[in-house]
Design a protein around this ligand. Structure first.
Ligand SMILES: [Zn+2]
Length: 299
């Protein structure tokens, strides 16, 4: 019978425990050792990076936030996005307006809608709280267009225009505590918005999509395995969209179609093939949804 080898007893070191590390002098803690010779000095020159001002290397294309209520957003801090204002050295508010067509990025735009001038602001909003479905997306920044253009609603019984509905920018500013009776022109809206920078509000995310009949549509090309714009230079020639509009919820009399859902999960699709008709055939243009904010309220 063999006996199991026994482990030698573990000897515990005797004596006093090692001294706990002495508190480091914060001034010297992160300082690298001085160069031993002159050659390294050039490599030791300080780089002076202001980490608070580092611009993103590329613009991320985040998937849109799923429709729902209870999203909390934070406006940029004052001065964080200079294009939003305030206008420097008492320059007129018009100096903040981006006039060129097709210019992307944050800022103000002045446009005309049904003969009336309106402003819209493209603003990056930080998601600080979200409903359950989007909880893991807190901290993301999403750009939103918010305008003081109010759509003309018509009373279904009388056919009269309902001017009691106001614009998204109106409801946003009101939720942030602005005195709306004092806002009488575009510059007033801009100033009120700038006064609210850094504040938070709660809102609902809505999706809409449109197969624009004004612009060249985008299609999937199986040969290149890519989505391509059907403009004059494309193999298809220029094909504009079929004009179909999509909403998450549509009323009985609405002309818009419902945004399609995934057949398996039932989730709304953030991009999909257009099911409108062009010359009797399914349009099939590739559409992406746009996010809208509504139901603004204070938190
Ligand atoms: Zn279409």
């Amino acid at each position: 019978m063999s006996s199991r080898p026994t482990k030698p007893p573990v000897k515990t070191p005797r004596g006093a425990p090692p001294p706990s590390p002495a508190p480091l002098d914060k001034r010297t803690q992160a300082t690298p050792p001085k160069p031993a010779n002159g050659i390294d000095e050039a490599l030791m020159e300080e780089l002076h990076v202001d980490h608070g001002k580092v611009r993103e290397e590329f613009t991320r294309s985040l998937p849109p936030l799923y429709p729902g209520d209870g999203y909390v957003f934070e406006l940029p801090q004052p001065g964080q996005v200079p294009q939003l204002g305030p206008a420097a050295n008492n320059a007129p508010w018009s100096s903040l307006i981006i006039k060129e067509d097709g210019v992307r990025g944050s800022g103000w735009r002045l446009f005309e809608h049904e003969g009336k001038r309106r402003v819209s602001v493209n603003v990056p909003l930080v998601l600080v709280d979200a409903p359950y479905r989007s909880r893991d997306r807190q901290g993301e920044t999403h750009d939103f267009f918010i305008s003081n253009m109010s759509f003309a609603f018509k009373d279904q019984k009388t056919g009269q225009a309902d001017d009691t509905r106001q614009s998204p920018l109106y409801y946003l500013l009101r939720s942030l505590g602005s005195d709306m009776t004092g806002l009488t022109n575009q510059a007033d809206y801009m100033a009120a918005f700038v006064a609210c920078l850094g504040k938070r509000f709660k809102a609902q995310i809505d999706w809409r999509a449109e197969c624009s009949a004004k612009r060249a549509a985008r299609f999937y090309n199986p040969e290149s395995d890519r989505e391509e714009v059907a403009d004059e230079k494309s193999a298809w020639g220029k094909i504009v969209g079929c004009g179909t509009k999509y909403r998450v919820e549509v009323g009985q009399k609405a002309k818009a179609k419902k945004i399609p859902r995934d057949a398996e999960t039932g989730d709304l699709l953030s991009n999909f093939g257009c099911i409108g008709l062009r010359d009797g055939n399914e349009c099939n243009a590739v559409l992406r949804v746009n996010m809208d904010l509504r139901n603004f309220r204070a938190i």
